[in-house]
Design a protein around this ligand. Structure first.
Ligand SMILES: CC(C)(COP(=O)(O)OP(=O)(O)OC[C@H]1O[C@@H](n2cnc3c(N)ncnc32)[C@H](O)[C@@H]1OP(=O)(O)O)[C@@H](O)C(=O)NCCC(=O)NCCS
Length: 635
């Protein structure tokens, strides 16, 4: 953007015959013209501001991503302009106009738009774009929006560019020769700026949860939105991230400056993008910066190109997700955001090695309605149930990939707002999506409980990490599998009988009893995939009002045989004791077979005075947290 004005004059002079005035531009916009206007912050405002005051007649205005579309809805005389949004709806005014039938919308995937524009079905009479001034060789940069501009220049009958020295000179497939345009008008004016969206703590929490899914070495792809704007600030501890995204927002700058986004591990050595949204700070950062490669829509949204990226994490927001995992970006009778490049990237992330598709949404609307809904019936489906892997809310992460309908329902109820969970549960039962006796954790008075979002990590001698967290209803199958993996001897140790069945009927009552207070179960999980880990340990306490010791929790523990003798049993007992103390439980009790040396050793080595009462084959034990063993003084 630091152009020497003398050079600039010299370069432009060579092409003087292409210079045009605003009045001549108006004359070229004949009634019935189809006019394409450059997208986002690159809109050639000097031209469009003038034209909207000129009473053009019956012009069809075509936009991809418009930040100023309100200019093109003429309330007094709708015959002057008819606005058509390609793929994306991105302003309240545009939503109103479409809902009221005053504006058009074309549903189409971003990757398909260049083909449509180039097809015989479509004629673009005039295209208005904004570009940087030519260099000594006559090359201008398409600036911060390459998106559809290259296709447009190829197909428009007349291309008119606003040449603006404040348009950043961007790298990549961004250059056109000035001879490729028909006319230009020179004007130095600040570009439109896109200011950071307003956010609240809920969005920060969702961004924090989303960040848990981003592994080192991932390639990021973002959709527009508050959560994706906030996400970079929660990725500062990650390493070797890369970018392959239709667009970028300004909040990425810190990650680049701090070397977190360095593109070292990805297929492409630079940030691959098609346009940016931001303020002058971002424009200055991107100007002449070879770390950013700008590419046209046909490249950046090409499924095969997207799939070449490793660990591509596509993060998009949505309006609603239903209980089987279908996603909509629109309301039942009102288009809200349309399609854009979301479907292209979500599909691409499924093809990418180690890729993840992530939908990150608040659990409720601002007015408190659930955004996780029973079944989407009247809204257009933007993403199908099999395309989404993760749904993230402020209540956690639901991993849907490879999950049955029943598991999807339970996972999604687990991240819904607690005040809507009972309703979702009953709707799912009505649709026979889950067991009719399925319950979710509730307090004694019937209030649905939030699943605690605590977790602990046990590092097995630096070889493997065990993720320890509270059990949820979705874990029922995992618990059954752990019990079925026990040998007959172990079953006797744990249940005092060689129990043969751990059916739903027998297992779900344990989970149904959880209230994360008097009844608590925690599990140890291994495996890399969040939400799809294998359970290898479980420990629990249950307080029984009817027992002789209602203030003590009854303790039980099971470790998978492959993970015994590695300190995990001790870690889990210490953890469940910590949890019990926090819940004001006074101590623990239970029964153990006399020959269960491991368990007895574990109990004896606790810092509490443990009372053992011997019976014929077993002994019962109990200890109180306030009854500590006396510390022996060294001789
Ligand atoms: C009992 C059980 C939970 C222990 O878990 P674990 O992960 O193997 O235990 P850890 O590795 O943390 O070992 C804890 C201590 O017990 C000792 N230990 C473990 N197994 C032992 C055994 N069979 N004999 C003697 N000591 C044993 C360990 O050496 C360790 O001692 P240290 O810390 O003083 O060095 C596990 O064996 C199990 O799941 N058993 C089957 C189910 C069961 O018995 N549940 C209890 C019903 S009440």
């Amino acid at each position: 953007m630091n152009h020497n004005m003398n050079d600039l004059d010299k370069h432009l002079k060579k092409y003087k015959d292409k210079e045009i005035t605003l009045e001549k531009i108006r004359d070229l916009c004949k009634p019935g013209s189809r006019i394409y206007i450059g997208s986002g912050c690159s809109e050639p405002v000097y031209i469009t501001e003038y034209l909207t005051t000129q009473n053009l007649t019956d012009c069809d205005i075509l936009h991809y991503f418009s930040l100023t579309s309100q200019r093109f809805f003429n309330e007094s005389d709708p015959a002057l302009f008819r606005h058509n949004s390609l793929s994306i709806v991105n302003s309240a005014k545009m939503r109103d106009a479409i809902a009221e039938g005053k504006s058009d919308y074309t549903p189409i995937m971003a990757s398909d738009i260049p083909k449509l524009l180039k097809s015989e079905r479509y004629t673009i009479n005039i295209a208005f774009i904004q570009i940087s001034p030519p260099d000594q060789n006559g090359y201008c940069s398409l600036g911060i929006n390459i998106d559809l501009n290259r296709s447009i220049i190829d197909v428009a009958e007349i291309t008119i560019a606003q040449i603006n020295p404040l348009m950043p000179r961007t790298m990549g497939d961004s250059f056109i020769h000035i001879n490729e345009i028909d006319y230009f008008i020179f004007n130095k004016m600040p570009l439109i700026e896109y200011n950071p969206p307003e956010t609240s703590e809920v969005f920060h929490e969702i961004a924090r949860n989303t960040a848990k899914l981003i592994e080192d070495g991932s390639t990021l792809n973002f959709g527009v939105g508050k959560i994706t704007y906030l996400l970079p600030q929660y990725l500062k501890e990650k390493q070797d991230l890369a970018i392959f995204s239709e667009f970028l927002m300004e909040s990425i700058i810190e990650l680049i400056e701090e070397g977190v986004v360095n593109c070292k591990k990805n297929t492409y050595p630079h940030c691959m993008i098609s346009f940016i949204l931001g303020t002058k700070r971002f424009y200055d950062f991107i100007d002449n910066n070879p770390f950013f490669e700008f590419h046209p829509t046909e490249f950046i949204t090409n499924l095969l190109e997207i799939a070449k990226n490793k660990k591509l994490c596509s993060v998009y927001s949505a309006l609603s997700v239903d209980l089987i995992g279908q996603v909509t970006n629109d309301l039942p009778k009102r288009l809200y955001s349309g399609i854009g490049a979301e479907a292209d990237f979500i599909q691409g992330s499924l093809l990418s090695e180690g890729g993840k598709s992530i939908i990150a949404i608040p659990s409720t609307t601002e007015s408190g309605k659930s955004r996780i809904v029973p079944i989407l019936m009247y809204s257009p489906i933007a993403l199908r149930a099999f395309e989404i892997q993760y749904v993230v809310t402020e209540y956690g992460i639901a991993n849907l990939h490879g999950k049955t309908l029943r598991e999807r329902v339970l996972s999604l109820i687990g991240v819904a707002h607690p005040k809507h969970r009972k309703w979702l549960l009953s709707q799912a039962k009505q649709a026979n999506l889950i067991y009719q006796d399925q319950k979710i954790p509730m307090s004694e008075d019937g209030t649905v409980l939030n699943y605690p979002q605590v977790s602990w990590t046990y590092d097995i001698r630096g070889e493997e990490k065990v993720n320890v967290r509270p059990i949820q209803p979705i874990d029922e199958r995992a618990i059954q599998e752990l019990y079925y993996s026990l040998t007959p001897d172990d079953r006797v140790l744990r249940f005092f009988t060689n129990r043969r069945y751990f059916s739903h009927k027998l297992t779900h009552y344990i989970i149904n009893s959880i209230d994360y207070n008097k009844q608590y179960i925690i599990g140890g999980f291994v495996g890399k995939e969040v939400g799809n880990q294998r359970i290898i340990a479980i420990t629990e306490y249950h307080c029984n009002k009817e027992s002789d010791f209602p203030e003590l929790g009854e303790l039980a523990i099971t470790i998978h045989k492959d993970y015994r003798g590695k300190g995990l049993g001790r870690f889990l007992i210490d953890t469940i004791i910590k949890v019990a103390k926090e819940n004001n439980i006074k101590g623990l009790r239970g029964d153990v077979l006399k020959y269960n040396k491991g368990m007895i050793h574990l109990l004896e080595s606790l810092p509490y005075n443990v009372t053992f009462i011997q019976e014929i084959e077993s002994c019962s034990f109990r200890f109180r947290f306030d009854d500590l063993k006396a510390v022996k003084n060294e001789p």
